[in-house]
Design a protein around this ligand. Structure first.
Ligand code: GLV
Ligand code: MG
Length: 325
């Protein structure tokens, strides 16, 4: 291990994170009453029309004070730093009776200075108001400049807890050839060479692979949770499952649900399965036996395992236990 280590962040289950438009009080009530979801973010940004910004802010502040949010993590997505709404979002939110608030979600983060500015504002209000709980930050990486500066953004404040991949805005910012919110594009594919019978196949590729992997690396290097963002087609659970699975395999800890039907899918897909758990425990047992014989490596089911396998298995067990397994 390097002598440079990322400090531990507050442990939070973040398999499912439900997006809730702040402009709709009925959705806010339903979100508070949902005890399956790990986290919710109450949206003041892109799900709220310009004309409804002030009303949404008022609804969200009232909902934070009045509703019972249970055990879940509660976040508010504020407007971007380039809008005239952001400062009031933060000031009104933190000067009100909103002790239940855990996190602020910052959209379209572009540079580490964006986080510095927010940290300064939040710190001043927290101190002036005598707020006891320190608010954490979750940051959406969804622009070309944000992706370019992702490492310094991730390390910009001790408040930082997670990075999120905002696929829709990222597509717009990078001028990618799609108008969908997430999912594949048939044109991002390759044609295989002909086989013995001259047959060729089209293989679709994952056009978001680089972005998600890049975010996972930056997040993990700074001890943050990497979270995959939205999958817009809420009537396609199979598409959602594939989309979530490949983010999970790369190391993401959870994914947004833009519809309540996606919550149980997230919770299942981002919890290790019983088979994975059995395998993790078998690795730990085999390595304990190897260590007792003074060996640093062993064979399990005809495959090499070593000290790194212990770390992989322990990571799996920690995920399982965090999910109540
Ligand atoms: C989320 O905010 C996105 O732009 O995908
Ligand atoms: Mg966005």
């Amino acid at each position: 291990m390097s002598f440079t280590q990322a400090p531990e962040k507050p442990a939070r289950l973040n398999r499912s994170e439900l997006a809730v438009p702040g402009s709709n009080p009925r959705f806010l009530e339903k979100a508070a009453a949902n005890n399956d979801v790990d986290a919710v973010f109450l949206d003041l940004e892109d799900a709220v029309a310009i004309e409804a910004k002030e009303e949404a802010r008022k609804n969200v502040i009232e909902a934070l004070g009045d509703l019972d949010w249970g055990e879940k993590t509660v976040s508010v997505r504020i407007n971007g730093l380039d809008t005239p709404y952001m400062y009031r979002d933060v000031v009104d939110l933190l000067e009100a009776r909103t002790d239940r608030l855990d996190l602020i979600m910052i959209p379209k983060v572009g540079t580490a200075s964006d986080i510095y500015a927010l940290d300064m504002l939040v710190t001043q209000i927290e101190t002036a108001m005598g707020r006891k709980k320190r608010i954490g930050f979750e940051m959406i990486i969804e622009t070309a400049i944000g992706m370019m500066n992702i490492d310094t953004i991730a390390g910009a404040s001790p408040r930082n807890e997670s990075l999120h991949f905002g696929v829709a805005d990222y597509a717009a910012s990078t001028k990618a050839d799609t108008t969908q919110i997430g999912g594949p594009n048939p044109r991002y594919s390759v044609l295989t060479d002909p086989d013995a019978d001259g047959r060729r196949e089209v293989h679709w590729n994952d056009m978001w692979h680089y972005a998600i992997n890049r975010m996972v690396v930056a997040a993990r290097a700074h001890g943050l949770r990497p979270i995959d963002g939205p999958f817009g087609d809420f009537s396609d659970p199979d598409g959602f499952t594939f989309h979530a699975n490949r983010a999970m395999v790369l190391g993401c800890e959870g994914k947004w649900a833009i519809h309540p039907s996606q919550i149980p899918l997230c919770n299942k897909l981002f919890s290790p399965s019983n088979d994975e758990m059995k395998k993790a425990y078998a690795i730990l047992d085999a390595m304990a036996a190897a260590r007792a014989k003074g060996q640093g490596a062993a064979a399990l089911d005809g495959k090499l395992i070593d000290l790194a396998s212990i770390r992989q298995a322990e990571t799996m067990v920690a995920k399982f236990e965090a999910g109540g397994g």
